[in-house]
Design a protein around this ligand. Structure first.
Ligand code: 4FV
Length: 260
């Protein structure tokens, strides 16, 4: 079982992963454990204070080191008692390394994550220096708290746990797993508002379908995320597929068909 302990002053927010969809079932199936720790429960003052004004002035408040460290330590101790040799402490923050498929794969191997979800302007840097192993960002923008980023990370990792997806192929056929964007998906009805499903997908010819999907993945990556595509590293077959795609789609990289 993989362990997630989340440090948050809004523990109820984690219900989003605990009570819905794939993550809910994986939790019920015991594929992972999820526990929240509220730093307020580790305060000693009557006001259960977890934030204070920033030294040096400026807007907003900063999360205090002591309640955070006490919560982190309690979470890490719980994981150690549960057999996790070395719980990894992760702070979700815009100053962290970008969360990518590579980082997700690296964290696959971690038996336990203690995820710190900050609020306000951020957390006291001294608790980061003392207790945080990795800072991770979900993107170059600012959220009002670390809870949503923490749930993004948990969701990414849980769906890769063996047994969490109905069909394990889903995870390995995901976008990015092959370093490419996903191919387009279609389902019934065959015709919808005058738009048909590509013929090949109705052919039952699995080799042709696989070829068409590979071409779409290559072409859409070239169009939408040329930064992900190293054409010089493509196989001869993939280069041929991309050429075909380009011939069929006269757009330049980064331009989306029919959209400005
Ligand atoms: C964030 C991000 C993020 C910063 C201050 C929470 C906020 C507030 N976390 N990726 N982007 N966090 O914006 O992970 O406390």
């Amino acid at each position: 079982m993989k362990h997630f302990d989340v440090i948050t002053i809004f523990p109820e927010m984690l219900e989003a992963v605990a009570r819905h969809g794939i993550t809910r079932r994986a939790l019920e199936d015991g594929l992972f454990g999820l526990k929240t720790w509220d730093p307020r429960d580790f305060t000693t003052d009557a006001y259960r204070r977890v934030d204070d004004r920033p030294y040096g002035g400026g807007p907003g408040m900063v999360m205090m080191a002591e309640p955070l460290e006490a919560a982190i330590e309690a979470a890490a101790a719980r994981q150690r008692d549960a057999g996790v040799a070395r719980p990894l402490v992760v702070l979700m923050s815009p100053q962290g390394e970008r969360l990518t498929e590579r980082v997700v794969r690296e964290l696959d191997g971690e038996a336990g994550l203690v995820i710190v979800a900050g609020r306000y302007e951020g957390v006291d840097e001294r608790v980061v220096e003392r207790r945080v192993d990795r800072e991770i960002s979900i993107g170059d923008y600012v959220t009002s708290g670390g809870e949503l980023p923490a749930m993004v990370l948990i969701d990414c990792l849980v769906r890769r746990l063996p047994g969490s997806l109905n069909d394990a192929r889903s995870a390995c056929e995901d976008s990015f797993s092959a370093g490419l964007l996903d191919w387009p998906h279609y389902t019934r009805p065959e015709a919808w508002k005058g738009a048909a499903v590509p013929e090949v997908l109705l052919s039952g010819n699995h080799a042709a379908i696989a070829r068409w999907r590979r071409k779409q993945a290559l072409g859409r990556t070239w169009e939408r995320r040329p930064d992900m595509l190293d054409e010089s590293a493509l196989s001869k077959e993939d280069r041929k597929l991309l050429e075909e795609y380009r011939d069929e789609h006269t757009l330049s990289p980064g331009r989306r068909p029919g959209r400005g």
